[in-house]
Design a protein around this ligand. Sequence first.
Ligand SMILES: Nc1ncnc2c1ncn2[C@@H]1O[C@H](COP(=O)(O)OP(=O)(O)O)[C@@H](O)[C@H]1O
Ligand SMILES: N[C@@H](CCOP(=O)(O)O)C(=O)O
Length: 296
Amino acid sequence: MKQFKISIPASSANIGPGFDSAGLALNRFLTLDVTEQEEWEFEHKSHFLPSFTDYADHFIYKIAKQTADRHQKTLPGCKVTVASEIPLARGLGSSASAVLAGIELANQLCGLSLTGEQKLQYGTDIEGHPDNIAASLFGGVVVTATTQNNQVEYVRLTSLDLDVVVCIPDSELKTETARSVLPANFSRKNATSASAITNVMIAALLSGDYHVAGKMMENDLFHEPYRAELIPNYENIRRKAKAKGAYGTVISGAGPTMISFVPKGKGAYIREQMEAGLTGYTIAGLQIDQTGLQVN
Ligand SMILES: Nc1ncnc2c1ncn2[C@@H]1O[C@H](COP(=O)(O)OP(=O)(O)O)[C@@H](O)[C@H]1O
Ligand SMILES: N[C@@H](CCOP(=O)(O)O)C(=O)O
């Protein structure tokens, strides 16, 4: 009888101009305790989880079944106890963590021996963009690209000397809604400028020039200008975080959470400062998770 635990970190996609391409893993986790048994059963142990009626309707079960089907395997029954520290529809990658949970569940139960690359590919096929999936899967800061033949390539950056502070509003914003306000096309001039800003942001992160990285983060042309109006306190949070010493503040994923990249060791101070005068928010100082998906 198999018994194992799957743990998957939250993620923050985009890092401003790295739209659909860059992401980082955060130390908030979705965990699944799995024990094989005859019948399928899900139990939820925290309030950050959507309700469900039948196991067959459970999002994680559906992804697991889809993954097993891909390999012409049948899922054996099991009891899955789910707990989550990742709030839903806040731009912290809850859906990507659930997708990875389903893929890993099938991997373990059916003995698929999936490689990291296969999990990334399967997760991206489902999510439609690789940024959250890659970060939650591999941990750290990950830069991804989907090539013309739909293959996902990734590079994991060496660890960054940064803390992060997140301002999570009480309200939800579905990724689908936040994607619907984006333009379908960019002129060559706009695309060139937007890509150049991304390139400098990534180069600056790699070379440890966090002031330049922060400046580039706050100059995104791909999505932030269109989403800003959907994000409560967008300008206010950016201005305040900068005044308190943040390098840069951007929309986390599709929002509505805002994430600030701050000097190492200053996370607790900036979190405290951000709390003053901002009601209806959970403000947290987080660390970049360096491990990614784990099975024990
Ligand atoms: N742990 C989970 N179990 C089942 N479904 C989940 C889980 N986490 C997220 N989801 C699904 O993903 C949706 C949120 O996805 P999305 O709008 O992309 O926001 P997020 O930024 O949190 O990924 C939820 O409303 C729910 O349908
Ligand atoms: N690149 C995507 C990221 C969505 O992240 P989520 O955490 O909000 O699901 C986008 O910006 O739409």
